[in-house]
Design a binder for this molecule. Structure first.
Ligand SMILES: [Mg+2]
Length: 248
């Protein structure tokens, strides 16, 4: 089968942007605020323990694709064995603090924009498929901060523009249809094997995993890279070999 890729689609967080400093800052700010709140109610918890619990919860909720932070904070208290109530208003305040702090420390990887520009100049359509941040509007506001957003032919916020988030194939198929392409002409690049790679594969796209860390779960990608700068070469190389061997 001849593969002639027409589009390259990307995930956002930890694929195009480096979330590590944003997450650390957000966790620090939320932990501090939560620590104060608990202190005011006579509950003393070690701030370091609180932060390490939040770190673990961040991974757990990502794996379970539960993105509404309002639901995270009561769960965090429960995991610490605390019976303290979490009023809606406090939960919303913590969520807002989380996203504001995160956004202010979230930057594109150094090779993100140059890779996108290179692919665009080569004639590939570009797409972005990113899951909702749990509440409509937050992800869109975060996206507007990035200059590279103008390079995309299609942007899909799954869970808002589509009913389902990754790893459902729905957002992937929706993005491909918006580009007027079958999924088989698309390559998807993401960092999470259990959402990005699983969903893109289910939709019939070829997949590239940018390995930012070892998640230990999820589907195996067609290709694995350690930086975005490696992507143009992989796509061009496979395109050529497929064209040379139309029967493969
Ligand atoms: Mg990601």
């Amino acid at each position: 089968m001849k593969r002639d890729f027409k589009a390259v689609l990307f995930d956002l967080d930890e694929t195009l942007t480096d979330s590590s400093s944003g997450l650390e800052a957000a966790h620090r700010a939320v932990t501090k605020r939560l620590h104060n709140y608990l202190s005011q109610h006579g509950v003393e918890v070690n701030e370091t323990i609180l932060r390490s619990k939040l770190n673990a919860l961040e991974d757990k909720m990502n794996v379970e694709t539960k993105y509404d932070r309002d639901e995270w904070w009561p769960e965090l208290l429960a995991e610490l064995g605390l019976k303290q109530e979490m009023p809606r208003q406090i939960a919303e305040e913590l969520t807002q603090l989380y996203w504001t702090t995160y956004s202010n420390a979230d930057y594109p990887y150094a090779d993100a924009e140059s890779t996108l520009i290179y692919l665009k100049q080569k004639g590939y359509k570009l797409g972005l498929i990113t899951d909702t941040d749990g509440k409509p509007g937050i992800k869109n506001r975060r996206l507007e901060r990035f200059a590279f957003i103008r390079l995309f032919d299609v942007v899909v916020i799954s869970g808002e523009d589509t009913l389902r988030t990754k790893p459902s194939p729905e957002p992937f198929l929706f993005a491909a249809s918006k580009l007027g392409l079958p999924a088989s002409k698309c390559v998807f690049v993401g960092d999470k094997p259990f959402t990005d790679i699983k969903g893109a594969k289910a939709a019939g796209m070829r997949t590239v995993l940018v390995k930012r860390r070892d998640w230990g779960i999820g589907e195996r990608a067609d290709f694995t890279v350690s930086s975005l700068a490696e992507i143009p070469l992989i796509i061009e190389k496979n395109r050529k070999s497929y064209n040379k061997n139309p029967s493969s």
